[in-house]
Write a protein that binds this ligand. Structure first.
Ligand code: F6R
Length: 241
């Protein structure tokens, strides 16, 4: 596991963007696993700027997003589909058919997850971008006594509902279920890029990266992956030894 700590957000975002830019320069049809949340916004901004400057093209690339709320339409501002179009997809030359997003309105969520997993099997991820939840979740794989391997439907835990409530007018409006790639879907990626910012995540960063490997801290399982890069700001990395 390679851990890098940055003094500035801009440097971190630029470093992260360069990982994607270099991958796409080597492999035009790379398969990119993407994340939503506040963490990757700076990275996506940087990629959009780099695209406009002609430094990168997504024309032949494929994308798979980690997760989506159940029961939220793609045109809802809180949907992860809306987020991805707003921050990245509508600004770059990705082909619409190459974008894979879980459909929160699918009539059968279980079947939607199974179909997504089949597509992932056909197009293995070259890189998976991850953020980290305060409870150690990655995607929506919440702490538990066991974890699901494949893309599946989850009930979101209270900490996650509270963290997400900032995007909704009240906590009651936060969707209670989501679809998410499983730990196995994530771990199959050839490379994993985990980005974490902020003092409020320092304790969970330490647990995830230097604590015991346990399903109670899903991100700790990343310690078992052979090619993980972790990018942290000073605050998020301050408890690491
Ligand atoms: C988002 C996702 C989540 C977030 C995590 C951190 O697609 O899967 O696991 O990465 O909750 O969220 P932020 O970046 O908002 O702190």
């Amino acid at each position: 596991m390679e851990i890098r700590i940055f003094d500035s957000q801009l440097q971190l975002d630029e470093y992260a963007a360069n990982i994607f830019i270099q991958l796409l320069a080597r492999k035009k049809d790379a398969v990119l696993g993407l994340a939503t949340g506040s963490t990757p916004i700076g990275l996506y901004n940087n990629l959009v700027e780099s695209y406009k400057e002609g430094k990168v093209s997504f024309k032949d690339a494929y994308t798979f997003n980690l997760d989506e709320y159940v029961g939220v339409t793609p045109d809802n501002e809180q949907s992860y589909s809306f987020f991805m179009h707003k921050h990245l997809f509508s600004h770059v030359d990705l082909q619409a058919e190459h974008i894979h997003l879980l459909d929160g309105m699918a009539p059968n969520a279980e079947e939607e997850c199974a179909s997504f997993e089949r597509k992932l099997d056909e197009k293995p991820l070259d890189i998976q971008l991850l953020g980290l939840g305060h409870n150690g979740h990655i995607a929506f794989n919440e702490p538990d006594t066991s974890l699901s391997n494949k893309t599946h439907v989850v009930k979101l835990d209270d900490k996650t509902l509270q963290a997400n409530a900032r995007f909704f007018s009240s906590i009651d409006e936060v969707p209670k279920h989501a679809m998410t790639m499983g730990i196995g879907s994530i771990m199959k990626a050839k490379q994993i890029l985990l980005i974490v910012r902020g003092a409020d995540k320092a304790a969970i960063v330490k647990e995830a990266l230097q604590g015991p490997i346990t399903t109670q801290v899903p991100a700790s399982l990343l310690q078992l992956h052979a090619n993980v890069t972790v990018l942290l700001d000073r605050e998020a990395g301050r408890m690491l030894v």
